[in-house]
Design a protein around this ligand. Structure first.
Ligand code: CO
Ligand code: CO
Length: 346
């Protein structure tokens, strides 16, 4: 039986080759890998892979669609309970990003059995269970493999009304862009892994990443919003570019308005960086009119997030209502008719 102090001495992030969604394959590589595969046309598939959406939507009947998604990653924080909560909130988020309500979840686990105490896994799973329950969903099972690098996440099934969903493809010129959580989580979790930030700085990021996007999603649906995604491994600009291309519009974003976690700029200035940010930047280089943005702003805008907020295109008449009912929501730009780039920074 492992003691509490022996569990606390285990640094989970040391077992991860790279941190969190920073380990996601770059969007360029992913597109290339998927290119030779035939797209499977089925009239019941309301949202498939073509629009870069967060989850697939499969229509069962006129008023019922299934929303299905899967997400898992290696430890991004050392504490197993926080890790479990964050991984689960991140996986559940893709259902919320489509306007769905989570129904069921399956645990996906890779664990170095025999090398670290199984109590660590119990804490990871407890974090996941607590978030699934908070979401009003039910854990129905899971699958485990032995692996030197731990990994945890969920496959989630939700329900949605097929006539009222949130997709990348529904942004209209005149809509206002709203972001519901700060960015900089990739920089801060990487800095923490390197022992360069203390618990006081990490605290707000842990709280932010473990927060469900339930309220942001339900408020969007209630106000007639049709376009949203969640900000994860491709960073604000990567996910914004998915909206721009799926909706055939340009997103004008004001970098100075983007909320940033305290300490992220300091981590950047201290030389912290991620491979994910480098890949995102390369992919976005020609898709973005970088305008007069600063190097710091650009680095934050391509920082890969884990369990980030919703990025929603809100009809301008409903923006005030949305901002007043979603904690932390901030206006960051607007949707304009398609121009030369996916995104213009101004
Ligand atoms: Co997503
Ligand atoms: Co995902």
């Amino acid at each position: 039986m492992a003691t509490a102090s022996s569990l606390a001495a285990i640094r989970l992030t040391e077992l991860a080759r790279c941190a969190g969604c920073a380990s996601k394959m770059g969007p360029g590589d992913l597109s290339q890998a998927l290119a030779p595969l035939p797209s499977q046309a089925d009239p019941r598939l309301l949202v498939g892979a073509e629009t870069f959406d967060d989850a697939g939507i499969f229509v069962v009947s006129d008023d019922l669609a299934l929303v299905q998604t899967v997400d898992f990653f290696a430890p991004i924080v050392d504490d197993p309970y926080w890790y479990g909560q964050i991984a689960a909130a991140n996986a559940l988020s893709d259902v919320y990003a489509m306007g769905g309500e989570p129904l069921t979840a399956l645990n996906i686990v890779a664990f170095p059995a025999g090398k670290i105490p199984v109590e660590v896994l119990s804490e990871i799973l407890r974090g996941g269970h607590d978030k699934v329950r908070e979401a009003g969903a039910v854990l129905v099972g899971g699958h485990t493999v032995v692996d030197d690098e731990p990994k945890y996440g969920l496959a989630v099934t939700g329900r949605a009304d097929p006539r009222r969903i949130l997709t990348n493809a529904a942004a209209r010129p005149g809509d206002v862009l709203v972001l519901t959580k700060p960015i900089g989580a990739g920089l801060l979790t990487t800095a923490a892994k390197q022992g360069r930030v203390d618990d006081a700085v990490l605290g707000p990021v842990l709280q932010g990443m473990s927060r469900l996007n339930a309220e942001a999603s339900r408020a969007a649906l209630a106000l007639g919003v049709r376009c949203a995604t969640d900000v994860t491994g491709f960073g604000v600009l990567g996910h914004a570019s998915h909206i721009a291309r799926a909706s055939n519009v340009t997103l004008r974003i004001d970098p100075s308005r983007i909320p940033v976690y305290p300490g992220a700029r300091e981590a950047l200035a201290a030389g912290v960086g991620t491979g994910g940010a480098v890949r995102n930047r390369a992919y976005l280089e020609t898709r973005v009119d970088w305008g007069a943005s600063t190097a710091e702003e650009q680095a934050l805008l391509v920082d890969p997030q884990t369990s980030g907020g919703l990025l929603a295109a809100v009809p301008s008449a409903r923006v005030a209502d949305y901002l007043s009912c979603v904690a932390g929501a901030v206006e960051i730009g607007e949707v304009v008719p398609r121009q030369g780039h996916d995104i213009a920074l101004a």
